[in-house]
Design a protein around this ligand. Structure first.
Ligand code: TRP
Ligand code: SF4
Length: 328
């Protein structure tokens, strides 16, 4: 029996290169070994984007097209939209009743968001329960593994805590204690050397055309001390060099030599990187175009996913309702 995986992404924007190397490539490689459920976390998006909910709908399909283009295979994995599987909310309600308030108020991601996010009002009842819904997402599939980035570790900790609380309350090992599968790949910085994020407007989107990619790479910040072609550069502080490291590790020595011996200039170095990226992403772009032109197919995939997810989740919900003495 394969172990089960559940992971999700919030549809709050277009996906970028960071999502590809930070999450999607990892998801793709997990498909053989695990039974995978990949979810569009539209409720989690709605919790913070409720004032601009129309955008969420647009991003859902766009993100799923990127998943498929990256190699998520609907014959192997179940792709679905969270809000189309109502059992998540039933379990969220049950968990809401047994989760101590302090656990949620102390959650570091919650405190950080309240402190940092100024453009949205997150002082809501729903947002406090963000990790409770995430626990329900995972546990309604009794998933043992959850591939996520490091930023999600507090939510996994809470998931295990909630699982334990439920099991202890009803003296039955209903839910597993899921572990994270941390992504191995290094973090890709944005065009301006800050974290790649749509809120900094420094991303290379997976839906960008080849020309847009070229001009974005051309605008990347390099070694500020390298002004003239003859100046020797410092690749270790250059983000362009780190991109070579992520996408073309076999070229690192060569680029290091170009740079430190002033063999080529930064403009040329970036042109070569852009060409390399375009070449490398060719199969991705090709598949992306195919799915983008066949949205009916994408919707069909999500419909099948919805049925598979519902079938599994409603089975677990039935068991849970019985154990929790709710009507069945
Ligand atoms: N909170 C996750 C994020 O922002 C998205 C998410 C929602 C998720 N439910 C999940 C991830 C369940 C893993 C498992 O990335
Ligand atoms: Fe960066 Fe390349 Fe310029 Fe060196 S030559 S500073 S690696 S862009």
């Amino acid at each position: 029996m394969k172990k089960r995986i559940l992971s999700g992404m919030r549809p709050t924007g277009k996906l970028h290169l960071g999502h590809l190397v930070g999450a999607l490539d990892n998801w793709v490689s997990l498909q053989e070994e695990y039974e995978c459920y990949f979810m569009v976390a539209d409720w989690h998006a709605y919790m913070s984007e409720y004032e601009n909910a129309a955008d969420i709908r647009e991003f859902i399909i766009d993100n799923v097209i990127d998943w498929l283009a990256a190699g998520i295979d609907p014959d192997k994995s179940t792709l679905f939209i969270q809000s189309e599987v109502p059992a998540h909310l039933d379990l969220h309600m049950i968990f809401s009743c047994i989760t101590p308030l302090g656990l949620l108020e102390r959650c570091p991601t919650y405190k950080k968001q309240l402190r940092e996010v100024k453009t949205r009002d997150l002082h809501t009842y729903g947002f406090l329960g963000y990790p409770v819904l995430q626990a329900a997402d995972i546990l309604i599939y009794k998933a043992q593994k959850v591939p996520v980035g490091e930023d999600q570790l507090p939510h996994l900790e809470l998931t295990r805590e909630i699982s334990r609380l439920f099991n202890n309350l009803y003296k039955k090992e209903v839910f597993p204690s899921p572990d994270a599968i941390l992504t191995q790949s290094p973090r890709l910085l944005g065009l301006d050397n800050r974290k790649m994020s749509k809120s900094y407007n420094n991303t290379i989107n997976l839906s960008d055309s080849e020309d847009v990619l070229k001009s974005k790479v051309a605008g990347m910040i390099t070694d500020p001390q390298r002004i003239k072609l003859a100046d020797k550069g410092h690749p270790d502080i250059c983000n362009v060099f780190s991109y070579y490291g992520v996408f073309f590790p076999e070229m690192k020595d060569e680029v290091y030599d170009w740079c430190t011996n002033a063999k080529i200039g930064c403009t040329e170095c970036k042109i070569r990187l852009a060409h390399g990226l375009i070449e490398k992403l060719k199969p991705f772009y090709q598949r992306r175009r195919e799915f983008a032109h066949d949205k009916v197919k994408v919707e069909k995939i999500l419909e099948i996913g919805r049925e598979k997810a519902n079938a599994f989740a409603s089975g677990v919900l039935k068991e849970v309702r019985q154990i929790a003495h709710l009507s069945v």
